[in-house]
Design a binder for this molecule. Structure first.
Ligand code: DX5
Ligand code: ZN
Length: 219
């Protein structure tokens, strides 16, 4: 399976979101990463289901929605209606995590589980088989353009080993500080989906940037 690049819309031009999505699709991307922040779980605010719903009919891109919000279970129906393909919740934000993952699947979406840099992976002990994606945060979430935290390396390897042991095709996503310089190493450690915000959008044209990432991600 070829590694996937998921540009984070957080670094796109928020005044031209539909055009940005069209440009990503034209450049050959298949996924886009949508960062939803509530100003509580993280100290920043972005956008919510109404914006996603308006963007949905403009593109075929896979909507990979990263919920950095408290009580994410409350937003499951709204994001399903808005056309999210995958909903990723934070382990730190969920009390009844099994129920939340079940509700995401029942609503017809794929389910992801995200881990802040300091959060241990033991949440996966009994839940990994219920997931379509594991997200390892390699920065403390809230903002684009932060530096990759080295502690994420061992965690990616640990998550990759756990996923391999299931024998299932569960994605391993890395988000935060991903750039051309570390993309190859992250794939070698076991990542299958790399999120990139600032290191992608600051360097148009997007087709050229995608080609550069693809080359960097190829072992
Ligand atoms: C951070 C977000 C990321 C962010 C990544 O809280 O979850 O998706 O956009 O941005 P870069 O690639 O600039 O670190
Ligand atoms: Zn994200």
């Amino acid at each position: 399976m070829n590694p996937i690049l998921a540009p984070s819309l957080l670094s796109a031009d928020f005044g031209r979101l539909a055009e940005e999505l069209a440009a990503l699709e034209a450049a050959g991307l298949s996924w886009v990463h949508l960062d939803i922040m509530d100003g509580h779980f993280v100290p920043n605010l972005t956008f919510g289901p109404p914006v996603v719903a308006r963007l949905r009919p403009t593109t075929q891109l896979f909507f990979d929605v990263h919920l950095m919000v408290e009580h994410p279970e409350r937003l499951i129906p709204a994001f399903a209606d808005a056309g999210a393909n995958l909903l990723c919740v934070h382990a730190e934000a969920c009390v009844h995590l099994e129920r939340t993952l079940q509700a995401i699947h029942d609503a017809g979406m794929q389910a992801g589980l995200a881990f802040n840099p300091a959060t241990p992976l033991h949440w996966l002990d009994y839940l990994l088989e219920s997931l379509d994606l594991v997200l390892i945060m390699s920065v403390n979430p809230g903002f684009g353009g932060q530096r990759f935290l080295p502690l994420a390396r061992r965690k990616i390897q640990d998550a990759a080993a756990r996923i391999r042991a299931t024998g299932r095709a569960i994605h391993l996503q890395v988000d935060g500080g991903v750039c051309l310089e570390n993309a190859g190493e992250l794939v070698a450690l076991g990542a299958t989906v790399l999120v990139s915000g600032s290191a992608f959008f600051a360097h148009p044209p997007y087709a050229q940037r995608l080609a550069a990432f693809r080359q960097a991600m190829t072992p």
